[in-house]
Design a protein. Structure first.
Length: 150
């Protein structure tokens, strides 16, 4: 998580960063179930990961990403992040399908993706977007998922 520019003080960015922490915290459960080879537990842990990941990526894409992609300076970068969202889903589906050895690949891709957002896109958004832009982001972004299962 970025801690140097203060972008987490912007409500939606702070929310996305907090969700990133929850997602990273869920990795340990998925890692241990994959290592144990317990298919049923993997499906449950992956379901939990998906329950955190899917609403999060959807909220990013329809809110912050939608506003930022209108600026040609950010369009390609936003598109690459959206592709990474799809790739993360594909990795998770393969793990659920029994390819437990793919966990390390999933974790690596997830951590790189979160770093690109936390330390790249979010600080850039804090600088590039103005008041009306943030109002649009807030209006477009679905509310956080309350009471996500632990």
């Amino acid at each position: 998580m970025c801690s140097y520019c203060g972008c987490q003080a912007i409500t939606v960015i702070g929310r996305f960063m907090a969700e990133h922490e929850e997602i990273v915290n869920a990795l340990s459960r998925l890692r241990s179930t994959c290592a144990a080879g317990d298919g049923e537990a993997v499906v449950e842990a992956a379901g939990h990961m998906g329950a955190l990941l899917h609403p999060h990526t959807q909220a990013e894409e329809v809110g912050l990403f939608a506003v930022m992609r209108t600026d040609p300076e950010f369009t390609a970068h936003i598109e690459s992040l959206c592709v990474e969202h799809v790739t993360l889903d594909e990795h998770l589906q393969r793990i659920v399908a029994g390819e437990h050895s793919r966990f390390a690949e999933f974790e690596r891709a997830l951590r790189v993706h979160l770093d690109r957002e936390d330390n790249g896109l979010f600080p850039a958004a804090a600088i590039a977007l103005n008041g009306p832009d943030w109002e649009r982001v807030d209006a477009l972004t679905p509310t956080a998922v309350a009471d996500t299962p632990a």
